[in-house]
Design a binder for this molecule. Structure first.
Ligand SMILES: CC(C)(COP(=O)(O)OP(=O)(O)OC[C@H]1O[C@@H](n2cnc3c(N)ncnc32)[C@H](O)[C@@H]1OP(=O)(O)O)[C@@H](O)C(=O)NCCC(=O)NCCS
Length: 140
């Protein structure tokens, strides 16, 4: 049976494998075990996983910009489980969590050339702003 629940550190290895097959890193610092620990320390609902029996099959992560804006990161479903409604369930649950907190806007960065992904979000009433962004960073 497929269930959604808050992340636990035991899920980490399987999540990294899903991110890898989804072409989303995993990235140093961002996806480190201790970084995820600090995210769930703020609220254990900030990272949700989808589970089928003992297998982790999907993930979504929430971060916050003040009290009014939240960001979705790392929405990913294990390849073999895609197109079965799991990504939709993860998004719906993430939306429920941010609404409960009184957050006014939920956003994300999507690859501008991934039209399938854009229509996935548009169908779920997400609007688009901007055409091209690059990420810039410096290690501290
Ligand atoms: C996007 C993703 C999470 C959807 O998960 P899912 O469990 O397949 O989602 P659902 O079964 O609920 O819905 C399937 C939807 O994905 C769309 N889809 C199919 N292939 C896709 C792809 N390669 N990338 C994005 N969306 C895709 C389908 O068109 C369908 O959209 P619709 O319901 O609007 O018709 C999943 O395709 C994935 O993990 N992609 C790789 C990681 C990624 O790009 N994440 C988003 C980062 S912002």
């Amino acid at each position: 049976m497929i269930t959604l629940r808050p992340y636990s550190p035991n899920d980490h290895r399987q999540i990294l494998a899903i991110l890898k097959e989804s072409g989303m890193g995993p990235y140093e610092n961002w996806d480190d075990l201790d970084n995820y620990a600090s995210i769930v320390k703020l609220d254990n609902e900030n990272i949700l996983v989808a589970q089928d029996d003992a297998e982790i099959i999907g993930v979504v992560l929430l971060t916050f910009f003040g009290s009014k804006v939240a960001w979705i990161f790392r929405l990913a479903v294990k390849e073999a489980y895609r197109e079965k409604g799991i990504g939709s369930k993860l998004i719906e649950e993430a939306e429920k969590i941010v609404r409960k907190k009184g957050v006014k806007e939920l956003g994300l960065y999507a690859n501008a050339s991934n039209m399938k992904l854009q229509s996935f979000y548009k169908k779920r009433k997400y609007k688009t702003f901007g055409k091209e962004y690059i990420y810039m960073w410096k290690l501290m």
